[in-house]
Structures are given as C-alpha cells and as structure tokens.
Design a protein around this ligand. Structure first.
Ligand code: SF4
Ligand code: SF4
Length: 298
C-alpha cells in the first residue's frame, strides 16, 4: 500500500500531545480561502518554484519537459527540479509505502514518552483512506505511542468510524456553523462535517474541536457562538479557537496560484470555491514545510 506524502516532521510539539512525528498526506476535499497549506490540497505531486533561490543558470531549461515549460500545464514530472542544484525548483509530494513511512516514524519512538506518537495530518489525512488506515493499523500493531488524526471532517462517515478504532485523539475542524458561509469559505457545505462530528462523538472517541478564526470570514460573535452551541450539543468540550496564519501568500506564488484570501479579508474575497469543491482561482497548488507548524486542513 502506498500514498502521497508531502512531509514527515519529526520532533513536532505542535501536532498533538507530547513529542510527535507528524505525517502530512496530500489531498483535501475543501478549498478554504485562507488555507495556509495549499501544497496539501491536490493529491498529485506538484512543482514548487522559489525565484529568490534561482541563480539563473538555465540548467532546468535543458531537460525534456513534456509541456514545453508551460507552468500552467505542468504535470509535476520533476525533471527540471532534479537538475536544479540551488533548490529553486522542487517537487512537493512523493509516493511512499506505508512501511517506508513507518520506518521514518520509528526513528522518533525513543522520544515519545507516555503521550507522544504519530500524527496524521494534511490536507485531509483520511482523503487517502486506504493508505491512512494502513498507517494507523501498523502504528497500533506496533504500539507506536498515541495516534492523533487532524481532520476537516469532510469524508464518508464509514471511513471516519473505521479509522477511529486506531486513533487516540482527533483534532476535528469546524470552520463555520452557517451552511452558506461554510460553503463560501471552503467550497462545501457543513452538513457532512457536522453529521460526522455527531457520529464520532457517539462512539466516545476523544475529540478536540478546533475553529480557525479568520478576520472578515467567520469571526462574527454570533457565528462563533453558533459553533460553540453545535459542539456542546454533542457533549464535547470547549472549542479551541485558533488565530489565522497570514504567511501563506508566498506558498501560493511558488505553486503558480493566486492567494484566495490575499486581501486578508475573506468577506471581500469574490472567487470562493464553487459547490463542487473545485479550485478557487488560478491554476494548481504546493511547498515543503519548513515551519513545523500544524498541518491542520484549514
Ligand atoms: S536550474 Fe534552478 S537555479 Fe538554474 S535556472 Fe533553473 S531554477 Fe534557476
Ligand atoms: S516538473 Fe513541470 S515544468 Fe518541470 S519538467 Fe516536469 S512538466 Fe516541465
């Protein structure tokens, strides 16, 4: 079993309790206008370009590019990145087997202590469901620490519940209570997400609900109160309201995409995702994580 991974971050202190190994899987059904991990959205590996690292040597132009260097049609073959010794071009995402991922995770096991372990993040880690489930089963079989999954909740209920058998803690995002607002901000309504939250709560799973609070998007007091009410209605604890991360614009540029929330004010953003969850504006997405920050599918 293999899947597409875009980062494995060791010694993470930000993706769950204790010291963790965070495995970031590509692919997400949502397209949040403020997403600070655009490299996580598309399933396929993608080219990322940083012009400030480019030395202008021209080596990348010597490869046999299947799309004649038309970035809008780049298929992420990686030929140009392979010859770029300056690291200006790189491919985000690589196919790995579950055994390869677990081998990387195992290196951190001596540091986990009582509370650390593996965190599956993304993207939506359960978007690649069979692969994610395999990782969870392998970690459980080896008793590799405590396992955390960071989910956006937009996935088949049966997938969520099947994964729950191998997960000690879920970080579950609820980004807006109002269905229309949720659709405008993420490309999808929230009926499946709220239904999944209720179903998961019904199993007795340990869940921490989080809500990224984005100025101009979902920060109206009535909206935040409505999120609180939904969560308390399912018998879950306090919602963790998270501050926005404004550092995403450069990532979108590296992926040759427009930054949907470029103004920093989602309410002024007019190109919100359509009802199919398709890409918002501009071409495709994706970069290497360097900040060690959470890969929550925001
Ligand atoms: S190979 Fe790398 S450094 Fe050289 S021109 Fe291409 S992107 Fe720039
Ligand atoms: S990664 Fe994209 S731009 Fe680079 S050689 Fe392949 S298709 Fe061409």
């Amino acid at each position: 079993m293999s899947g597409v991974v875009f980062d494995i971050a060791g010694f993470s202190l930000r993706d769950g309790p204790g010291i963790r190994t965070a495995v970031f899987l590509k692919g997400c059904p949502l397209r949040c206008v403020w997403c600070h991990n655009p490299e996580s959205q598309n399933l396929a590996p993608e080219l990322f370009f940083e012009p400030e690292k480019c030395a202008g040597c021209g080596k990348c132009r010597t490869v046999d590019c299947p799309v004649n260097f038309d970035r809008a049609n780049c298929v992420g073959c990686g030929r140009c990145a392979a010859v770029c010794v300056y690291g200006a071009r790189r491919i985000i995402g690589r196919r790995m087997t579950a055994a390869e991922v677990l081998a990387a995770v195992r290196r951190d096991v001596p540091f986990y202590g009582a509370s650390g372990g593996m965190t599956l993040s993304g993207g939506e880690p359960l978007f690649q469901f069979d692969f994610a489930l395999e990782l969870l089963k392998l970690a459980a079989a080896e008793k590799i620490g405590t396992t955390v999954v960071e989910t956006c909740g937009e996935l088949p209920t049966e997938h969520l519940l099947a994964a729950a058998e191998y997960v000690e803690l879920f970080y579950f995002d609820l980004k807006a209570a109002d269905p229309g607002l949720h659709r405008r901000l993420t490309g999808r309504g929230n009926r499946t997400i709220i239904g999944n939250l209720e179903a998961l709560a019904g199993t007795g799973a340990r869940i921490k609900v989080r809500c990224p609070v984005i100025p101009g998007c979902n920060d109206a007091p009535a909206e935040l109160e409505a999120v609180r009410r939904i969560v308390s209605g399912f018998g879950l604890g306090a919602v963790e309201f998270l501050p926005s991360n404004p550092a995403a614009a450069a990532k979108y540029a590296g992926l040759n995409r427009s930054y949907p929330a470029g103004s920093g004010r989602g309410s002024t953003f007019s190109g919100a995702a359509d009802s199919s969850g398709a890409a918002l504006t501009g071409p495709v997405s994706s970069p290497k994580r360097t900040d060690g920050s959470s890969g929550t599918p925001e």
